[in-house]
Design a protein around this ligand. Structure first.
Ligand SMILES: *[C@@H]1O[C@H](CO)[C@@H](O)[C@H](O)[C@H]1NC(C)=O
Length: 282
C-alpha cells in the first residue's frame, strides 16, 4: 500500500518535472532573433545560445537593447534578475515606447539600493507625449536573488502591469472622459541599465559606488503574444480580464506595497487630481 502510493507520487512528481522542462523549453525566446543590442558596446551581451541577455554598467557607460519588432497590443513577458549587492544609484529601465514627440510609453523602472535595502519599482504611462502618472512599489521578494516575470497586458480597453502574474497596476482606457489612450502607435520594447544617482536612490541621497562596478542585470524567457480582436475562443483575452481573485491580489499589492500614487498626490495637483483618477480604477 505504502510503496504503491509512493510509486504514484513519484510518477506525479516525475510528470511535473517533465512538464516543467517542456514549458521552459517552449517558452524562452531567442534574444538574437528578437532584439538588437543598441548601446554600451560589449556591456550588452547575448549568450547561452540566445537564451540569456545581460546588460552592465560601469563608470564609462551603461548599456541597452531594443526589440526588432514593433507591437500594437498584446501581452509581453520578460524575466529579469536585477543588479545585486550595492545597486544604489543604478536604474534598470524596461519599457515599451513608440517614437516621436507625441509618443506613448509604458514603463517599468527599477531603482537600485544599498545591499539589503529595497528596490523601488517605478511605473508610468505616457499618452500623446504626456506622462506624470507615476505609481511606485516595493516588491514582496528580493528581485536580485532570482528571476521574476514582469509583464504588460496592453489591450484597447486597458493596460495591466503584472509581477509574477500578480496585477500591480491597471490603467484603464478613459477616452470617454478625454484622456488619450495608447491605441494607434506601435511600440518597441526597450531596456537599459544606467546611473541616475542624482535622483534614483532615496531621492539622490545615496550615490553609485563605482568601486562595485560593473553592475549587471539579466534577462531571459521573453515572450510576446499578439492580441487580436478576433481571438474569441481565448478566454484570457475577454473584456473582464481581472477575475475576483486577481482583483483581490491587485488590492493586496496596492494596499501593502504601493509607496506612491500620483492619484492621491494632492500637493502635486492642488487644482485636483487628473480626471482618470476620479473613476473606478479596476
Ligand atoms: C532604499 O532604502 C531606503 C531605506 O530603507 C528606502 O527609504 C528607499 O525607499 C529605498 N529605495 C530607493 C530606491 O531609494
Amino acid at each position: 500500500m505504502g510503496s504503491s502510493y509512493n510509486g504514484v507520487s513519484m510518477l506525479v512528481l516525475l510528470g511535473l518535472v517533465v512538464i516543467n522542462c517542456f514549458v521552459v523549453v517552449a517558452y524562452g525566446g531567442d534574444f538574437y532573433q528578437d532584439f538588437d543590442l543598441t548601446w554600451g558596446d560589449r556591456r550588452a551581451k547575448i549568450f547561452n545560445g540566445g537564451k540569456l541577455l545581460s546588460l552592465s554598467l560601469d563608470k564609462v557607460s551603461g548599456s541597452g537593447f531594443q526589440s526588432k519588432k514593433e507591437y500594437l497590443f498584446g501581452r509581453i513577458d520578460m524575466q529579469l534578475k536585477l543588479v545585486a549587492g550595492n545597486s544604489a544609484g543604478t536604474v534598470t529601465a524596461y519599457y515599451l515606447s513608440s517614437q516621436g514627440p507625441t509618443h506613448d510609453e509604458i514603463d517599468f523602472e527599477f531603482l537600485g539600493n544599498l545591499s539589503g535595502d529595497p528596490y523601488i519599482l517605478h511605473t508610468n504611462v505616457f499618452t500623446q507625449g504626456k506622462g506624470n502618472r507615476e505609481q511606485q512599489f516595493y516588491l514582496w521578494f528580493d528581485p536580485t536573488r532570482n528571476f521574476h516575470t514582469y509583464s504588460i497586458i496592453w489591450k484597447p480597453q486597458h493596460i495591466i502591469f503584472l509581477v509574477d502574474n500578480i496585477p500591480i497596476r491597471v490603467f484603464k482606457n478613459a477616452e470617454a472622459v478625454g484622456v488619450p489612450f495608447p491605441k494607434s502607435q506601435p511600440m518597441r520594447i526597450y531596456s537599459s541599465l544606467w546611473s541616475a544617482d542624482d535622483w534614483a536612490t532615496r531621492g539622490g541621497l545615496v550615490k553609485t559606488d563605482w568601486t562595485k562596478a560593473p553592475f549587471t542585470a539579466y534577462y531571459r524567457n521573453f515572450n510576446a503574444k499578439p492580441y487580436s480582436t478576433n481571438s474569441v475562443s481565448d478566454g484570457a483575452w475577454q473584456a473582464n480580464e481581472l477575475d475576483a481573485p486577481a482583483r483581490r491580489r491587485l488590492r493586496w499589492v496596492q494596499k501593502y506595497f504601493m509607496i506612491y500614487d500620483y492619484c492621491t498626490d494632492l500637493k502635486r495637483f492642488p487644482q485636483g487630481v487628473p480626471v482618470e483618477c476620479k473613476r473606478p480604477r479596476f
